[in-house]
Design a binder for this molecule. Sequence first.
Ligand SMILES: [Zn+2]
Length: 42
Amino acid sequence: MAHGGPHCAHCKVEIQDRSSMVERDGKQYCCNNCAMAMSHSA
Ligand SMILES: [Zn+2]
């Protein structure tokens, strides 16, 4: 099985929908909420 998709750096879900993917500081997130959560806690 192909498993080459990126995973959300926050909730670890496999990102299948590239259109809703958010890149922040070189990391990929499944959605803007995850990107926001990481940037607030870091
Ligand atoms: Zn996420």
